[in-house]
Design a binder for this molecule. Sequence first.
Ligand SMILES: C[S@@+](CC[C@H](N)C(=O)[O-])C[C@H]1O[C@@H](n2cnc3c(N)ncnc32)[C@H](O)[C@@H]1O
Length: 251
Amino acid sequence: MIKSNCETVEHASRLSDPSASPSPASRNPEVPSYMHEVYDWAYVNPAWVRWLDHNAVVKTLLFGNDRRLMRRYLARIRPGMKVWQVAHVYGDLVRLAAERTGEHGRFQLTDITPIQIAHGKRKIGHLPWANVSREDAALHKPCDNTAYDLICSFFLLHEVPDDWKRRIVDNMLQQIPEHGEVLFVDYHRPSRWQPVRYILEWVNRRLEPFADALWQHEISPFASKPDQFEWKKETIFGGVYQIVSVRKKLV
Ligand SMILES: C[S@@+](CC[C@H](N)C(=O)[O-])C[C@H]1O[C@@H](n2cnc3c(N)ncnc32)[C@H](O)[C@@H]1O
């Protein structure tokens, strides 16, 4: 099956040339300081993670827009696609996305935190075409040189410092072939009439220090070569959320 092929290719390349491992720098990375300093309770501490990894929590955090936002991603996945989801998401999104790729496709989930990898494996580890690995989204490369059809960051960018945003965006864009698509689903600057804006202003001040950058800037300036790509943005819920689709410009 695809997962073991991938593991075989990686194993074989290491045997013939120890330096040829496809993404050595990305494997077993240190958990970054921003995770401990800002998000320990949310994503690192297993006691909290057990309570948070539920659909009801995601629905509450996204003001009831969870299914609407998930559909933007899931509707793009067709059976047989090769999909990389750059970080774990609480609730059933990871399972639904992996199931949609199906046995002729491939689903790669990466995350940087051990407990999130354990939760990801519990959800999709039984699917032969799914692979879950602890890697930095800024460094991951596909293990068998197969290009991804779809790469999705679902609410990761607002949780990382700006230099990490740049490296993650660049790495995602580097992996797309001409037919492929990168999708960012994340926060955005809400309209003034949207009451949720004032709740999120408070949340960002207290809990989400890296989210304000997505209120101040489009995602494209975080890419080092934005002009090489077509950027299409949709916003929903009074501008609270953005869905940004990126494709290579055809020359
Ligand atoms: C996808 S985001 C937020 C998703 C959303 N709030 C939810 O309901 O889960 C959170 C995940 O990003 C992971 N993460 C943070 N920095 C990362 C990085 N550099 N590479 C890969 N994963 C990362 C965290 O470990 C965490 O599991």
